[in-house]
Design a protein. Sequence first.
Length: 276
Amino acid sequence: MIGWLSALAQVLGVTPPSVDAPVQRIHTDSRTIQPGDLFIALAGDRFDGCDFALDALTKGAIGVIVPPHRRPEFSPDGPFLAAEPLAAYQTLARWHRDRCGFPVIAVTGSAGKTTTKELLASLLAFFVPTGQTVAKNLANHNNDIGVAQTLLGLNPKQHGFAVVEMGMRGPGEIDRLARTARPDVAAITNIGTAHIGRLGSQEAIAQAKCELLAALAPDKIAVLNGDDGWLRQRAPQVWAGRTLFCGLATGELRGDFLGDRLTVTRGDRHWTGTVR
């Protein structure tokens, strides 16, 4: 259970419905609604969630979040919460993440995000108690909706860590995702040219990716690609906390890749494994 409908309304600062009920899950797709769910009526380029609000209630949703300007379209006595849907989704995700209490690792970068996320999740699985797993984004669902969905799926009884991949299309997006996820560790894989058409330069891309560091709490940890000159240049401008640089050529954590063998070195300690 996520929480009582009245408690979620309090988190959002909105008036709760007249009838309270426990919220089992939070969904943005009316096709996946089950009894006890809260439906958030997001609006997209092709669909408006408000058009499916009544369908969600028919399927057993115990509440629907609709934009304030659309609230008058629905029954005044119905289980509707008037709040901007996307902002509400992110606020509830942040609130739920804070309740879970286990470490969250955020991953961004121009390339290698999903691979890094999967590798980290596999490694961290060795450090959780028997019966627990590592939470992570489904596939590469790394935008506002995907990150919120990942965070709202966290369960302290089932998960020991969460690895959250964060993507972007422009400035400000990583900052927003980071403030939603509140990571304990922030990892940036590299600064490439994937978004240069939108941002104009690698310097601008570095600034946008390093929003993850700027939003990081001072007592947290940054893990950065030490071989990336743009990260070396930009990161110290926005982050003065604990930093671990890693790479093949430079950094406190060094790696060598020879065929299917990977060797990682830190100081006088070495780890070697087989890449499959």
